[in-house]
Design a protein around this ligand. Sequence first.
Ligand SMILES: *Cc1c(COP(=O)(O)O)cnc(C)c1O
Length: 403
Amino acid sequence: MLTCNSLMPGAFLSALLTAPFLRPDGLEARLSRLVEAQIGEAWQIRWFDAGRSALGALLDAYRIGPGDDVIVPAYTCVVVPNQIAARGARIVFCDVQESTLSYDWEALSRAMTPATRAVIVPHNFGMVSRVPDAVRARYPGVRFLDDAAHGLGSLDNRGRWLGTGHDGAFFSFEYSKNLTGGVGGLALLPASMSFAGMPVERVSRFGQWRLAVTLAGHLLSIRTALAGRAWMALARRTGLIYRSGDDEVRDGAVHAPKRLATLSAALILPQLRRLAAIREAKAVLADRYRNALADLPGVTVWEAGPDVHWVRYPFRLAAARGDKMAMARRLADASGLPVGIWFDDPIHPRGSFRHGYMPGDCPEGERLAAEVFNLPVNIALAGDGGLDDKLGRLRTAIGELAW
Ligand SMILES: *Cc1c(COP(=O)(O)O)cnc(C)c1O
């Protein structure tokens, strides 16, 4: 897994050295000003330790609780429904469609009832998805909240930031997301609303140490796989990896929200400043992927303009049956590219808490979870001279699969 999509080692070192001397409140204010310059003053901006905490804050702002239904795509990450269940609301899964990897709008219309209070709108891989006006008009009281965890800085067809088209949005700065904070989250809420309260505590000093150790391992892995593996093994053994709790994945436990780590803020700041250039470099990379795979039989790729800030680039293998992880490894070994498996289950990752989802509830979500793979969209790859070779080997390996 290739992470740190937008983080250069120099920027990491510089954040590491300066963060201890910076005031987190001041850093947050600078981050907020950068975001506000993009989205205007119609939105309130709040920073958290994770995207899931930002989602929780949105749900609280709209007072989602017992008796409310919240619709969630059956092609998502378990930490999303976890936040809803923790508030006593009922989770209703709704199927997705291939063309956008977002809702099947007909299915969404059918799923909405007078009990529906909110709909989590997916923007998978960074592609902007807009709820049709006709769907919004059916139940005007329903709040549409953007899960923008994959698309910080993606623009819609009118040049507006993803997350500013509906009733609120959350973003993530986790290791594998568009901009790298190690962890981190951002919530947007219309200026007319108010956040119901903010966590007081920030990520602890020890937490930040673990964050730094983990990030160093990830960055090392990009340049020297072997050294990266050794570093991560050592970090794991000494308990210095910063990651989601097993109870969140396995039991659906809710994450205790905190404020953004100072280190994360210091990491995000320079990336946010360079956002337009970063997005552009990644769009070029995604275009190379698309061109390499588009004409292969049995392969579906997604098209999008230069305005998508891809988190990874998806491709669908029509006949990918059986062990998805094994298939990804086979393609990765053949090509030298770290082929990813997001999402491998309607409620990713496979084996996580299912919140009442039953096999067969959302058939297209299940098919996509079985057949969609992805390629890394990382600025370190933009200058990889061997990329065309690797893509050629990936083409050959896909061509050799029996359809
Ligand atoms: C990563 C992710 C989240 C949660 O973000 P965290 O910062 O890890 O809490 C939510 N939704 C999707 C689709 C994600 O990929």
